[in-house]
Design a protein around this ligand. Structure first.
Ligand SMILES: [Zn+2]
Length: 308
């Protein structure tokens, strides 16, 4: 058995309202596509809630209490222009994070080499004290610190190929030389961070902003020539992926020109890296991706790159 797929049914209940790009239809399509893909190398799991202490490794207690307080009994509240907290959003967010931590447990029990977590709401824009960009809790950062607390992992890397910069993850890792964050993203779009001069306390942050129109060739070159050499030098014990699929050429929110197969390429590269350097330990969690067909097909390519 090589790959665990960990999600939670409550992630579907997060209701962002009509015409919001981050819809439950995204997750429904991904799950349907992955379930149609019959492979004896994958097994499905449901995530579990984790203790508050793990959220506190990256978020402040005030912030968590504030989100709980704002969580509505009926209808929805707007945290910012596009970040919506509905009746079930808090539950969905807690279980999204719990799903990535469950993936960490499965990997460290040794039953699986790697995992993909199709979850929502996404997490990489969530800052220590601020929800933004559809995100409430920083799933990938919490799971990385969870692996440190529970399994005494020393060095974690997060690779973020979402077309947007993961400002939240960068902020959480900035001062910690044992945490590495690398991102390729479109320059000049939301959230407006991710300049190449932003390098963290110990060159543990690597930003590769790329222009609108970036194609497969430039994307691959950025990984081969910039990110992988720095990742190798950092020498992580485990690799996490902030897997956003909005760099696809058909995505409505950005202007990269990646093909569906490029998500196989990057996943296979990261799988090969972790096999060689981290005993295979690789955990991927869903971030963006808003063209439902492109998203679900790209997720399938992603999983095909994990099961090898
Ligand atoms: Zn994105």
């Amino acid at each position: 058995m090589s790959t665990a797929i960990v999600t939670h049914k409550d992630c579907i209940l997060h209701d962002t309202g009509m015409n919001h790009p981050e819809s439950k239809e995204r997750l429904i399509a991904i799950n349907n596509t992955l379930k149609r893909f019959k492979s004896n190398k994958i097994k499905w799991f449901q995530g579990e809630k984790i203790n508050l202490e793990h959220f506190l490794s990256v978020h402040s207690e005030n912030y968590i209490n504030d989100i709980k307080k704002k969580s509505p009994k009926e209808e929805s509240v707007r945290i910012d222009a596009d970040t919506i907290l509905s009746k079930y959003s808090l539950e969905a967010a807690l279980k999204a994070t719990g799903s990535v931590c469950k993936a960490v447990d499965l990997i460290f029990k040794g039953s699986f080499k790697n995992a993909f977590c199709p979850i929502r709401p996404p997490g990489h824009h969530a800052e220590p004290q601020r929800a933004m960009g559809f995100c409430f809790f920083n799933n990938v950062a919490i799971a990385a610190y969870y692996s440190k607390l529970k399994y005494k992992v020393k060095r974690c890397a997060v690779i973020d190929f979402d077309v947007h910069h993961g400002n939240g993850t960068q902020k959480m890792f900035w001062d910690d030389p044992n945490m590495f964050y690398a991102s390729t993203h479109q320059e000049g779009i939301f959230p407006g961070t991710g300049f190449k001069e932003e390098t963290g306390i110990n060159n543990n942050i690597v930003n590769v902003p790329l222009p609108a129109g970036t194609n497969s060739l430039l994307f691959k070159k950025s990984y081969d020539e910039i990110i992988f050499p720095k990742l190798e030098k950092f020498s992580p014990d485990i690799v996490f992926i902030s897997a956003g699929f909005d760099a696809h050429k058909n995505d409505p929110l950005a202007d990269f020109r990646l093909n569906t197969e490029d998500f196989f390429w990057i996943t296979k590269k990261l799988n090969d890296f972790s096999t060689k350097n981290c005993k295979g330990k690789l955990i991927s969690c869903l971030e963006g991706g808003y063209n439902i067909k492109a998203l679900s097909e790209s997720c399938l390519e992603h999983v095909k790159g994990l099961i090898l």
